[in-house]
Ligand binder design. Sequence first.
Ligand SMILES: [Zn+2]
Length: 189
Amino acid sequence: MNEHQRHVKARQDILDGRTPEKRIIVHMEDLEEKKKREDEIKAERKRVNDRMDALKEAKTPWFCPECKKVMKKRLDNKMYRLYRHCFDCQVEFENKLRTEDKYKEWEEKKMLNNQLSYIKEQIESIDDWKEQSSKPFESLDQVGIKDVELQKEKWSQNTEKVEEMSNEALEELNKMKSEVEEKLNSLEV
Ligand SMILES: [Zn+2]
């Protein structure tokens, strides 16, 4: 039996569940050793590949992934590492942010000015109302009411009430007005 035949027999013995010849067992141990080494090599190769992938990730590509321009500026490298796009893309990004900020302020200013003109209108109409109710007799003469004394009494009560209500409303409106004005002054637009 030559070496090859011994191997064939040993393999058959193993497959059939028999114990193979002693010297073949040594050989089987060699095979196990070989497989272990192969696994180690495979594992090492995987480690190397992983490391390569990590390096690839860190390496600045030739083209900016955003604008597709060639990244050739010295600053492109730095910007890519920080923001994953080129220097120009970063400048554009920051400009856009600034523009949006201005736009937001501009919109707020518009809204506050609308509020302010509404509040001013309210204040004006309440002032008118006060003015009207403090001149009852004029109005009474105009509508030609005969029992003037009785009506005068009613009007003065009414005037007091109007005065009270309108002062309350005016106080509130003036507070709102100065709040809105303060906000408007704080805007830089
Ligand atoms: Zn770019």
